[in-house]
Write a protein that binds this ligand. Sequence first.
Ligand SMILES: [Cu+2]
Length: 522
Amino acid sequence: MARIIILCSVVVALVTSGVLISYYSGTIITPGLNTEKIGSAGEAAATTTTSNSSTTPTKKEYTLIAQDAEIEIAPGKVVKTWTFNGTMPAPPLRFTEGDNVTIKFINKTPIPHTIHFHGNHDDLNDGVHPQIMPNETYLYNITAAPAGALMYHCHAHPTSLHIRMGMYGALIVDPKDTPLPPAREFVVVMSEFDSKNLMKFETEYYPMNGYLDQYVHNPLTINQDELLRLYVINLGTTIPYHFHLHSTTAKAYPSGLLSNEQIDVQTIAVGPGDATIIEARWEYPGTYLFHSHGFQEERGNMGQIVVVGEGGGEGGDSNNTSNINNQTIAGNEARSTSMFDWQYELQKKLQNPKVVNYTDAQLGGFPSNNNSNSDRVAHDNITTFTHPTANASGAPIPEHSMPDQGPEEGTNNVNNNNSGVTPSNLEISIVQGSSSLTDTAYQPNPVQVSVGTTVTWRNDDTQPHTVTSGENATPDGRFDSSPNFIPMMTPAATFSHTFTEAGEYPYYCALHPNMVGTVNVS
Ligand SMILES: [Cu+2]
């Protein structure tokens, strides 16, 4: 029997933007447990154990790994993303209502992440606390419910950024007792992406399943009069998607929940964090559009559906001879045909992900201790969760205690004269607990330097930050430790910039825009 030891530590607790966020770590050692199946999609990838008793829920296991990756979101357009399992969106997960689902989450990136599932579960499995630190593993255990189109995404701070960077996926829960009528099923995850500023309200792109207009060139294919079922999920963070099918009207389950009554729609609005399930048939063979009815359709949110008539016909783009586009068109009268795997294989092929493999040293900014504290057993015998009660050095720390406000005297090579003119080099500390600070997060601040000075910022905090020039959380492009958040300034990391022109240079942390500083150059 696999013995599971959980080691936990409080790394830091902080108040950010008025919200208390506790960063915990939990390292799980699970000898003999090796169920990673990176990049596999859907139910086929779940390790399933069916119980003998009809009253015991089916257990399913799945592994999700937080990984930074470079992917293509359009032909030749490569962007840096944060992902689960290397793709944006992450693999679609599909379970049956009532399944006992364990998600093994491994963070192989330099910054904290979590997984938050929509649906019903307790606080330890809500993906807010604990935050999962670099190189750590956490087991989430949820019961798949309710039936419908749900979603999962990272809920590390700031959540909108972690979502827009790519940490999201579909979570489909099929009804347990009464299957839906046979249909050809597809999943479409709507999102927002901007290659220059991911904190902007209006973004450059509005992809479907992480790639601009991918179904224009690789259309969904369905038989005339066959039932189409589309699981539509909005993982945008700002505006609704107004989902629209051409040349037919549809029935929709509001909010993607099968407990709702279907309604007839020509277009249905799906807000951020919400979903719908659309069912439709086409009376006439042909090629039809589907898209968000609005300006998103010109920014990557466009697709085509080929409706194959009685005499048969080619589905897909004649330019695309790949096997991946050979959708099985034979109808199955008895049960639904899931096209999720075809879609995810197409997505991976188009995105061509290049995962960043960090060394242990690069992930080592968050030491965990060897104190095992087990004060809570969660769920069944899969694992034991513990609340962290000690800091990195093993000493107990009081609940809600705050990190030191600023560096200890003598530990930093920082000129503490706040406005002194300095020689050719100046070091600025990103102080402990700076996430909850404003103009004292960077010290000294403000600073006055002469032209030609090289300023070096060092991260003396226990969590990642950036040094990004600009104001009001808007980068001005003059200097940036972390363009589009990569690489993050992990603890002890430094960033240097030489100022060659006189002027005022405001800057901030792109992860915590409350942190602000100014360099005055004369
Ligand atoms: Cu994240």
